[in-house]
Design a binder for this molecule. Structure first.
Ligand code: GRF
Length: 220
């Protein structure tokens, strides 16, 4: 590769399977990026172990150690800035970020959500899809703005919902797509192909083939 690597900070709260997928794609040389630090707000997040296994710095920052949400976010932001992080990837980070943090890193925070936004924002997107009995579900990578899962959409992938699906079977199907589109979105940003105007994200040179990777024709 040899070119400049985009410096990433990944924020997690739990098992970190999306983090793992990002790590694997970087190690396979598919994304011109480097994870500078992984930060968790939960001490026992398994994602911290995953980071350490790959010799990536892993920090637990305890929200309870700070008098307010903003003080906690300031500490997180300072650690990210100290390491020159250019893109912050939320990967199962179970906190809503305040306008303070969002504006400090404007258009430099992305998130993966397990639903086809703007449907089913917030918690349990997969359960919301099953309860609503939609026929197509999926996942979304988007920039983070001040709302909940409301920022400009970068990539989405769709999966079918079958009659006998429950929250778990659907979540498993969606997760497989998450593990593809999150690294893909980071790759596109790292390659400098992503621009935002208002709420519209444009990806330079998107090929039909790339779309089909995530949205294969349904087999009947
Ligand atoms: C994923 O379903 C993601 O879409 C949501 O939280 C979950 C995190 O899973 N934001 P993991 O920690 O990456 O395995």
């Amino acid at each position: 590769m040899g070119g400049k690597l985009l410096k990433l900070g990944v924020l997690i709260s739990g098992r970190g399977s999306n983090l793992q997928s990002i790590i694997d794609h970087i190690e396979a040389g598919k994304i011109p990026a480097k994870i500078e630090v992984v930060i968790s707000d939960k001490k026992d997040a398994y994602g911290l172990e995953r980071a350490k296994k790959h010799r990536i710095e892993a920090l637990f920052i305890d929200p309870k150690a700070y008098p307010s949400r903003e003080e906690f976010e300031k500490a997180v932001g300072d650690e990210l800035e100290k390491r020159g992080v250019e893109l912050i990837c939320l990967a199962g980070f179970m906190r809503i970020l305040s306008p303070y943090f969002v504006n400090r890193f404007k258009n430099r925070i992305i998130n993966i959500h397990p639903a086809l936004l703007p449907s089913f924002p917030g918690l349990h997107g997969q359960k919301q899809a099953v309860d609503h009995a939609v026929k197509i579900a999926g996942c979304t990578v988007h920039f983070v703005d001040e709302g909940v899962d409301s920022g400009p959409i970068i990539i989405q992938a769709a999966v079918p919902v079958f009659d006998d699906d429950d929250e778990d079977t659907l979540a498993t199907r969606i997760l497989k797509c998450e593990h593809k589109i999150y690294p893909m979105a980071i790759k596109l940003i790292a390659e400098g192909r992503v621009s935002i105007k208002g709420r519209k994200v444009t990806i330079k040179g998107t090929k039909k083939k790339e779309w089909e990777v995530f949205n294969p024709p349904l087999e009947l």
